[in-house]
Design a protein around this ligand. Sequence first.
Ligand SMILES: Nc1ncnc2c1ncn2[C@@H]1O[C@H](COP(=O)(O)OP(=O)(O)OP(=O)(O)O)[C@@H](O)[C@H]1O
Length: 472
Amino acid sequence: MTNDLDFESLKQRAVASLFGHLEGMCVGTVAVDRTARIAWMDDKYKALLALTEDPAGKPVEEVIPASQLRRAVETGQPSMIDIMEFGDRSFVVSRLPLKDAGGAVIGALGFVLFERAEQLRPLVTKYQRVQEELTRTQQELAQERRAKYSFSQFLGVSNAVREIKRLGRRAAQLDSTVLLLGETGTGKELLAQAIHSASPRAGRPFVGVNVAAIPENLLEAEFFGVAPGAYTGADRRLREGKFQLANGGTLFLDEIGDMPLPLQAKLLRVLQEREIEPLGSNKVVRVDVRIVAATSRDLEALVRDKQFRADLYYRLNVVPITLPPLRDRTEDIEGLADRILEQLSLQQGGAPRELTDGALAVLRGHGWPGNVRELTNTLERVTALTDAPVLTEEHLRRVLPAAPSQAAPPAAMAEAFNGRPLSEVLHAAERTAIASALEQTGGVKARAAKLLGISRASLYERMMSLGIGAGA
Ligand SMILES: Nc1ncnc2c1ncn2[C@@H]1O[C@H](COP(=O)(O)OP(=O)(O)OP(=O)(O)O)[C@@H](O)[C@H]1O
């Protein structure tokens, strides 16, 4: 009991002296009443603010514009440390609500702990550095999600390309769903980006997702995200799906024809309701995205075979644009080759290589199963193999594989490969194997992968690196 009494008297003495101590330590003290009018301000604070008259009775913001004492009065919440701007100065402040015996807030006290935030410099610097890093990462991400191409980069002089660009420009203005059809490497993603860049959504993200390159069991999470704590694994944070990332912008769904049926049903629902439900969450999230879908497969045939939902097909097929293969618009080859050689010269140094008429004839005569992507890779390989400033028919014949349908018999093959580096021979063999598997399966990559005994994702990877093309 005696001890309790000692503690109580000690506390009372502490409370009485605390204010004096605090006031003495601080460079300014102010008290406001319950209406946030200044009740009292010490001389140090007046001097700090260079006040010539007593501010008592004035609303606190009239004297200290950035003051948060009104909030302290309204919420009853103290704020132990904060930075308050005053003109071009920063004060480190502390705010305490004052309560009566019944606990009702009757005012608040504000202390300026340091006149200059300098004393907190190490902390502030660290905080600023983290902030700057965050901003930079956010900017990089935004940059990453920005479309990189516009219509001017979609090259070609053929009527087909002109028509594609006309349709694309029109589609850009409408907010409707666009369906891009065409073989691999014909520029579907490039066109999707151009449509986004010319649309009112240009300032918002462009997010691309290749449906065929993602393992089936991960597709749903990839599309719709995962709610925090949905799994007991290491990642307990919210993981945003492509729909959330593309919010306000454009979502490019490449290889939509490879989408498994259960996910097709979910996508259809999103397109109808404009809402998604992250995995492991029972809350729906509204999303505003324009869909540009693309496929190299015959969607109508897939619908007939019941591998693609008819209702989803109609939802997607609002503005269809077909990109013809390069072999059907050979007049585009010269311009494309010139631009590709120009770009290669920027990367490799030196003047852009030129093509002889014979070399151009070889390019025009090739079948280009990988279309523009294959043309790019072919020219890249030729320029890596020779320093010649002018590329001839011979240079090109060295790197262009025989058409898969004319696969060479062993003896002829031995002759064709004679004297060529092993890596080149292996590449050529791999290209032929992949091209003929694709031909046999009518371009259905999942089946071609099965035929070749590799996963769908690794087929994509091989096609990309060999220039047969698999999209981003
Ligand atoms: N008309 C064109 N003008 C300039 N570059 C083009 C054109 N068409 C395609 N390309 C280039 O060819 C490459 C392949 O194009 P893109 O990825 O857009 O094709 P895709 O049809 O989406 O292929 P996939 O079906 O494999 O995803 C890219 O580097 C692209 O910039």
